[in-house]
Design a protein around this ligand. Structure first.
Ligand SMILES: [Zn+2]
Ligand SMILES: [Zn+2]
Length: 106
């Protein structure tokens, strides 16, 4: 199967660019059935701005951070920590934690 270079218009900058035979082969290999909507330079610019955009919609939206309730070992205040308190190590609220790390300079 051979491909023929086709002229396309970029959706972003409205310039015409050629969808080369090489690109078409590459797209077919990747399983993309749609024509590219942007010229190579706009595609590159977009990719540099946002790593996960456009093609390949692998859901990577696990932004929710689980917080666990804990009691500060220093001041006894209730707080929340981003890890499960094991009970073997003291947990500090953000105030005490930053004060401690400031103190013991390590
Ligand atoms: Zn463009
Ligand atoms: Zn505290």
């Amino acid at each position: 199967m051979s491909y023929q270079e086709r002229p396309l218009t970029c959706q972003d900058c409205a310039q015409s660019f050629s969808f080369t035979a090489e690109d078409q082969a590459f797209f077919a290999e990747k399983g993309y059935t749609n024509d590219p909507k942007r010229c190579p330079s706009c595609r590159l610019a977009r990719r540099n701005r946002r790593p996960t955009d456009g093609f390949g919609s692998q859901g990577q939206s696990r932004a929710e951070r689980q917080l666990y309730p804990a009691v500060c070992a220093q001041c006894g205040k209730g707080t929340q920590v981003p890890f499960q308190p094991s009970g073997t190590r003291p947990v500090y609220c953000s105030d005490c934690y930053s004060r401690r790390t400031a103190y013991s300079g390590r």
